[in-house]
Design a protein around this ligand. Structure first.
Ligand code: ADP
Ligand code: TZP
Ligand code: MG
Length: 280
């Protein structure tokens, strides 16, 4: 967190139109800087000066079906770290085609809610839990209909897959694991070996659109200066501390969003470092 505030790293985002402004403002509040791009050559040129990148599939346009797989392949070819938020995973042929394409050119970190993590692991054929989960599971749209606990197996399987793939194809130190962050009442973060649980935050965070999307953007800001697990843990802890502060100083979703952005700016690295992290 200190390094972000001292160096103002650029994390580039290809993200949805609903929450794009909150993503950029949350990255700036955390101490980073933002650039939003959509055309492959623009994204790849910007990736050359960015510390990390973020792809969020919340809103789709027809050209994304070709653009996003191309961007993912070129980011991985250039060894550029990136975060994926697979918003509404399972909904629609175009989104499924894009998310399937990411299996061959995977992200460094996945940040999603429980339903999206389960849907993505099933889509990639990874979920080690009983097949029943796959058949019972239905796409949930943007919000989660599953609890975080039920996504544990899927999150661990995804983190292991990301780590294996990046160890094979990246010049990065193969010993640095990738990470998956599952948001919810008590967040789950894993590197595929250890499962961490982070309690706290505020239920009001589900009443502003973009809390999850902007969390993905701040994970990318931290990924610009740290390893995937540290970035996922730090951003998730920052969000929980900021949600608690905003909860006490707001009177509804409008003032909550404003208070939350201020809290992202004001919560200190020490407050995050003092947070409780449970090892599951
Ligand atoms: N009931 C809750 N209590 C506390 N924090 C929550 C709750 N639900 C979500 N959060 C927090 O809100 C943020 C967004 O999470 P979530 O709403 O699950 O993402 P998404 O918007 O992608 O579904 C995360 O920081 C998460 O920890
Ligand atoms: C409502 C909506 N529709 C498409 S993307 C989006 C925003 C989702 O944001 P978040 O996942 O942070 O709630
Ligand atoms: Mg979301």
């Amino acid at each position: 967190m200190h390094r972000v505030r001292e160096t103002t790293p650029l994390a580039q985002s290809f993200t949805n139109f609903v929450t794009i402004n909150l993503v950029a403002n949350a990255q700036l509040a955390a101490g980073g800087t933002a650039a939003m791009s959509f055309l492959p050559d623009d994204v790849i040129e910007t990736a050359k000066i960015a510390g990390a990148n973020y792809i969020n599939v919340g809103t789709l346009l027809p050209f994304y079906k070709d653009a996003l797989p191309e961007i993912a392949q070129r980011l991985n070819y250039l060894d550029k770290p990136w975060v994926l938020d697979p918003v509404a995973a399972g909904i629609g042929r175009t989104r499924t085609s894009i998310l399937q394409a990411f299996k061959a050119a995977p992200p460094t970190v996945i940040r999603a809610n429980a339903s999206e993590v389960i849907a993505l692991a099933n889509m990639w054929g990874l979920n080690t839990e009983s097949a029943g989960d796959a058949s019972e599971h239905r796409p949930a749209g943007v919000e989660s209909v599953d609890d975080v606990d039920s996504a544990t197996g899927a999150a661990v399987a995804l983190a292991r897959y990301l780590t294996e793939q990046h160890a094979k194809h990246s010049s990065h130190d193969a010993s640095i694991p990738c990470a998956v962050a599952v948001s919810g009442i008590a967040d789950l973060v894993t590197d595929g070996e250890t499962v961490y649980r982070l309690s706290g935050g505020s239920s009001m965070m589900t009443k502003i659109t973009g809390a999850g999307c902007s969390l993905g953007g701040v994970v990318a800001t931290y990924l610009a200066v740290s390893d995937p697990l540290t970035a996922a843990l730090s951003a998730s802890l920052l969000y929980n501390r900021a949600g608690e502060v905003a909860d006490t100083t707001s009177h509804g979703p409008g003032s909550f969003q404003v208070a939350f952005l201020d809290a992202l700016w004001n919560v200190t690295a020490e407050q995050v470092a003092e947070s409780e992290i449970l090892v599951q």
